[in-house]
Design a protein around this ligand. Structure first.
Ligand SMILES: *Cc1c(COP(=O)(O)O)cnc(C)c1O
Length: 458
């Protein structure tokens, strides 16, 4: 008999979690104004809000904390971290920052000016924020197929080369760089193929445009290249990562994702001029260039995390768990963005709660129902998150209305996946009875989803 797949690690330390009653959850959700960001974590049984900074560090990482060098300048921890980033990505110049958006803030302070146009395969919201706050435009050049949730493509996060070239040709002299995000978080943690990475870099370089890789989930992307793209099955994840970055000019990284630490980030680049200029912004924003807002011990933990999470077995364990949850949803006929992504499942709420009008926010309603059902905290990636059009102030109903189930790394077991799938099935089975959604009572002018106050209709 073929032995079944199992995790490539065992558990040494546990953290108790608490179940609650439906009555308690009804009360708590009401007090949170039907916005799960306003819940206390103790009111949550299984927390799928994000995979960012929520992973479990390994015993090696915890032991690295003890070896942290907290010297203000030139700490051994910095050099250990710098050497690991150079080894994994092949980029010589490295600046630590306190998280991914801080890396964007420092680098974009050098690169982005008013009136610029920055194409990318679905910019992450903070990336977009750092572009738009500098009065520049972020233009999505992801392939159209990514919007069809039911279409199965191995590399649904790819860049459309036609769209990219169009943006470049229509904006001469205004495109300071292109952002290539791996995996493409916004369309469901979907990977970008090695071929597409190479063609995108070649096209940009033909027009003298540098490429900055937004790298939060680079290791998961490398795993998909190894397992799905021809010619990579026998390469190691580390070889694939080096090849992915061989043509890129710079990268920003949120270490809270694929470096499996609770806080941290960095910039790396081949461009000496960008490096020198970025250092000058790092010092006032983040701190001196050998710590960048982080403790020495954090830098050690990032170095260790990068090393171990670019090993195949670690990634196989992770991606298997996400795929396992997807297989349960398949069993129950629950629609989600196909195929399963690297870090999350994006449930297609519009297709489930189809009697609820857009104006009553189906995905937000499904997020509430899932919490009420079993204390599971998911995240709406839909019409609430989409905010209003900055000019017309109308709600933006043009995109997808999804509920994201984000799986923290090395935290939950497959039994938890079974609970999540069963809870969703229970909501799915009574979907015809859920005919009314939620209405906004109060909202902030920007990034409203964090603080929005809603009421339940009907
Ligand atoms: C999380 C993320 C960021 C921002 O990183 P933080 O560490 O949360 O500041 C940027 N880009 C992508 C693709 C991300 O997933």
């Amino acid at each position: 008999m073929k032995l079944p797949f199992a995790e490539s690690w065992k558990i040494k330390m546990i953290e108790p979690i608490r179940k609650s009653t439906r009555e308690e959850r009804e009360q708590w959700l009401k007090e949170a104004h039907y916005n799960v960001f306003q819940l206390k974590s103790e009111q949550v049984y299984i927390d799928l809000l994000t995979d960012s900074g929520t992973g479990a560090m390994s015993d090696r990482q915890w032991s690295q904390l003890m070896l942290g060098d907290e010297s203000y300048a030139g700490a051994t921890s910095f050099y250990k971290f710098e050497a690991m980033v150079q080894k994994i990505f092949g980029m010589p110049h490295v600046i630590p920052t306190h998280q991914g958006r801080a890396a964007e803030n420092v680098l974009f302070s050098v690169l982005v000016k008013e009136g610029d146009v920055i194409p990318g395969n679905a910019h992450f919201d903070t990336t977009k924020g750092h572009i738009e706050s500098r009065k520049a435009a972020a233009i999505d050049v992801t392939i159209d197929e990514a919007k069809n949730t039911q279409l199965e493509l191995p590399f649904k996060g790819n860049v459309s080369l036609e769209k990219l070239e169009k943006v470049i040709l229509e904006n001469p002299g205004k495109v300071p760089f292109m952002v290539l995000t791996v995996t493409n978080n916004t369309v469901g943690g979907q990977p970008v193929s090695m071929q597409n990475i190479k063609e995108t870099c070649a096209l940009c370089h033909k027009h003298n445009i540098p490429v900055v890789m937004d790298s939060a989930r680079f290791a998961e992307n490398a795993y998909f290249i190894k397992t799905r793209e021809e010619g990579y099955a026998d390469k190691t994840i580390k070889e694939i990562a080096l090849e992915m970055y061989a043509q890129a000019d710079a990268m920003t990284m949120s270490a809270k994702k694929d470096a499996i630490v609770n806080m941290g980030g960095f910039i790396a680049t081949r461009n000496k001029e960008w490096y020198e200029a970025a250092k000058l912004f790092c010092i006032p924003f983040e701190g001196y260039v050998t710590y960048g807002g982080l403790n020495g011990r954090d830098l050690n933990a990032i170095a260790q995390g990068l090393d171990e999470n670019t090993e195949f077995d670690m990634l196989a364990t992770r991606i298997h768990q996400v795929a396992y949850l997807a297989s349960k949803l398949d069993e129950y006929n629950i629609p989600y963005q196909r195929p399963a992504g690297g870090h999350a499942i994006f449930v297609d709420a519009d297709k489930i709660l189809d009697s609820i009008p857009k104006e009553e926010f189906p995905a937000q309603t499904l997020t509430c129902e899932l919490y009420l059902e079993a204390g599971i905290r998911a995240c709406e990636i839909g019409y609430v998150l989409a905010d209003r059009d900055p000019i017309t102030r109308e709600n933006r109903f043009g995109g997808l209305d999804l509920v994201r189930l984000c799986i923290p790394r090395r935290v939950y077991t497959d039994n938890h996946m079974d609970v999540i799938a069963a809870a969703l099935k229970n909501v799915f089975d009574r979907r015809k009875e859920i005919t009314r959604g939620v209405a906004i009572e109060w909202e902030a002018p920007l990034m409203r989803h964090f603080t929005v106050k809603l009421k339940r209709l009907g």
